[in-house]
Design a protein around this ligand. Structure first.
Ligand SMILES: Cc1cc2nc3c(=O)[nH]c(=O)nc-3n(C[C@H](O)[C@H](O)[C@H](O)COP(=O)(O)OP(=O)(O)OC[C@H]3O[C@@H](n4cnc5c(N)ncnc54)[C@H](O)[C@@H]3O)c2cc1C
Length: 637
């Protein structure tokens, strides 16, 4: 396997323009001769499908929900970044680029990030043109707020429902193309395998989740826009159905998986309340604009927060990071919260919580202003916890939220399988070892609206593609393998439910490969995961049949993939003998407890190649070079 990142040389400011000019084009009349498969209808998939159809390609779009509008993107709350500098507070394309490279702890490709910052400004215009109701200032200008890792206000938002509003915009564009006959939408269809012919991605095998029917769909290129793998941890802020299946099956067909150990733990989530729980809830990072994070100075202080005077409180983020205060990046804020809880100063049941307090903001701005900014988030918090955050501080604790790792892609968003492109959270590209808040929506829409429309044409125009239909032997073989696997799940008839395996795997990876990792812990996980996988294949119990709606069967496939993927995640974490961003190895920290990188040995993306069942993965390294930003120890002090 060769990793050719296809990064343009020359000045970074003009890289993308020069690259675009150098790309081959498909003339308008020829576009309708190409069939493009888009798996996923979240922000990345919907924007890509709509844009490609608008250009004239025939698009087939798949999602497992009952409507494209239910993709996990709809849950995004806080906002989307763009270097518009409407605030006149010093922002620029270069600053967004710089903040993102630094925020990612210098483990992302400079050229990708620069392009992302450049197209960020177009995204806002595109969305406004679609009618996305971004918040506005009194005078009518679009409003901005701040997110972690930045000292400017560049986050555009629609209350705490930004993902929903952006997705409605992209969905409308998609529906227009469905109505025009350029996109055929397949809701409630789950991709269960990728079909490759002559080494090129040429189709997918899907299961109709209602009828159970297996189908093979062929095309000239396949785009995976299938989201992240955070649910490997069982408990996460992701929608319950998010999974690794599409990317993992593509990985087993030859797509390298990059940096799987880079997962993001978000500092402001509602703390776990017990073993019964199957889902965690995010409290948007935007709350850190006005909320102040604190714990009592003394461990074991059982007084109610209102009774703890200022002098007995430790605003630990403001104390440790005076420049950025409560708006330090997520990895830094999460570790700081864990540290005070480990010292015994955590609040709430079990001591795994810190306060996020709005009393100062309410005094300063008044309750109506706070309600206008965050009303739906406060309401959600109260519904879940029974506590009114206008009156008592929220209790929050870090939780799994996002995955920076994903399928390796080159500058054109193509994986190591020719024709297989990967967009949005499913790829590894732009966030390095830590994603800054409000940058995922930006990246998904950049990929879908502004990058793939160019780079896909370049691939199609420059590649010989033989005709392939569903009767091709490779399609038949892939479909037969999918059927065999489904039958296998149903035939085991063991004693344990899918969820019990998932829960056990999740706890294991959270304990050993979660907010902090050690060599010993990772080695232990690497022993336990194969044993758990073995038991899964001997002792799983899936009721029902494969020819009707069967959610246990759906989950069985996803958990089987998590059980393989979890092992690679731990292997990658063990191999990376440094701390960077969301990957914190306890052996590698500064005296002050900050992440300590090892730039000499680890300034690379780790791309893993599948070598077969029970074979060790092979590691390939893409060196990262920094010509425009100087590598430095990250400081938010
Ligand atoms: C609670 C929460 C709040 C967030 N808030 C923000 C925010 O304010 N700002 C920000 O920038 N980011 C935020 N994020 C992150 C951001 O929402 C996601 O990274 C982003 O929406 C992912 O978009 P996507 O299009 O890549 O994937 P998704 O929206 O996850 O879409 C995946 C699509 O793929 C389909 N799919 C997956 N697998 C298959 C398969 N095997 N077969 C068929 N279809 C499949 C699904 O049906 C779905 O349509 C938040 C995340 C969470 C969890």
């Amino acid at each position: 396997m060769k990793l050719d990142s296809k990064i343009p040389s020359g000045p970074i400011e003009t890289s993308w323009d020069r690259h675009r000019f150098g790309m081959k084009l498909v003339n308008p009349a020829n576009k309708r001769k190409y069939d493009v498969i888009v798996v996923g209808s979240g922000l990345a998939g919907a924007s890509a499908a709509a844009s490609l159809a608008e250009l004239g390609y025939n698009v087939k779009c798949f999602c497992f929900q009952d409507s494209p509008r239910r993709a996990h993107s709809i849950a995004a709350q806080g906002g989307i970044n763009a270097a518009k500098n409407y605030q006149n507070d010093g922002d620029s394309v270069y600053r967004l680029f710089y903040d993102t490279v630094k925020g990612g702890d210098y483990r992302a490709r400079e050229q990708n990030v620069y392009r992302l910052a450049q197209v960020s400004v177009n995204i806002i215009d595109q969305c406004v043109a679609q009618g996305v109701p971004f918040a506005r200032e009194y005078g009518g200008l679009l409003a901005n707020r701040s997110f972690g890792g930045a000292q400017v206000s560049r986050t555009f938002y629609a209350r705490g429902q930004t993902g929903q509003q952006l997705l409605i915009g992209a969905y409308q564009a998609l529906e227009r193309q469905i109505g025009a006959g350029n996109v055929k939408m397949y809701a409630r269809h789950e991709m269960l395998d990728l079909v490759t012919v002559n080494g090129q991605a040429r189709g997918i095998v899907t299961r109709d989740l209602v009828s159970g029917k297996l189908e093979t769909h062929t095309g000239h290129a396949v785009l995976l826009c299938t989201g992240g793998y955070g649910n490997v941890f069982f408990l996460s802020t992701n929608a319950k159905n998010c999974n690794v299946t599409a990317t993992w099956r593509a990985h087993k067909k030859g797509a390298a998986f990059a940096n799987p150990c880079y997962t993001q733990i978000h500092p402001t989530c509602i703390p776990v309340s017990g073993d019964h729980q199957s889902k965690l809830t995010l409290m948007s990072e935007s709350l850190r604009n006005d909320g102040r994070v604190w714990v009592p100075k003394q461990g074991g202080d059982k007084r109610s927060p209102a009774d703890i005077p200022e002098g007995d409180r430790d605003y630990f983020l403001e104390r440790r990071y005076p420049s950025f205060g409560n708006l330090v990046p997520r990895d830094v804020a999460s570790r700081a919260a864990k540290a005070v809880c480990d010292e015994g100063r955590g609040v709430g049941p079990g001591g795994l919580g810190v306060y996020l307090d709005f009393s100062d903001a309410i005094k300063r701005l008044g309750e109506p202003a706070v309600r206008e900014r965050y009303g739906n988030l406060f309401e959600m918090y109260e519904r879940i916890t029974g506590e009114d955050p206008y009156k008592v501080p929220m209790r929050i604790y870090p939780a799994v939220h996002y995955t920076m790792g994903g399928l390796w892609v080159d500058y054109n968003l193509m994986s190591t399988i020719p024709g297989l492109h990967v967009l949005g959270e499913a790829n590894f590209s732009d966030h390095g070892a830590n994603r800054l808040g409000a940058s995922a929506l930006m990246q998904g829409l950049a990929d879908g609206y502004f990058v793939i429309p160019y780079t896909l044409g370049n691939y199609l125009a420059g590649t010989k593609l033989d005709p392939v239909g569903p009767d091709h032997p490779e399609c038949r073989a892939a479909e037969a393998a999918v059927k065999e696997r489904l039958d296998k799940f149903l035939s085991i008839k063991g004693k344990r439910t899918v969820d019990s395996f998932h829960r056990e795997l999740g706890k294991l990876v959270w304990d050993k490969c979660g907010m902090s990792r050690t060599s010993d812990g990772l080695k232990e996980a690497l022993k336990k995961i194969p044993a758990l996988r073995e038991e899964f294949w001997q002792n799983l119990n899936v009721l029902g049949s494969a020819d009707s709606l069967n959610q246990s069967l759906e989950k069985a496939g996803r958990v089987a993939d998590f059980l393989e993927f979890g092992e690679l995640m731990c292997l990658d974490a063990l191999e990376r003998e440094e701390s960077c961003g969301g990957h914190f190895r306890e052996e590698h920290q500064t005296e002050e407890g900050e992440a300590k990188r090892n730039d000499d040995q680890f300034t690379h993306a780790a791309a893993w190649e599948w070598k077969g069942t029970n074979q060790k993965h092979e590691l390939h390294k893409e060196p990262l070079t920094f010509d425009n930003v100087k590598l430095a120890q990250r400081s938010y002090k």
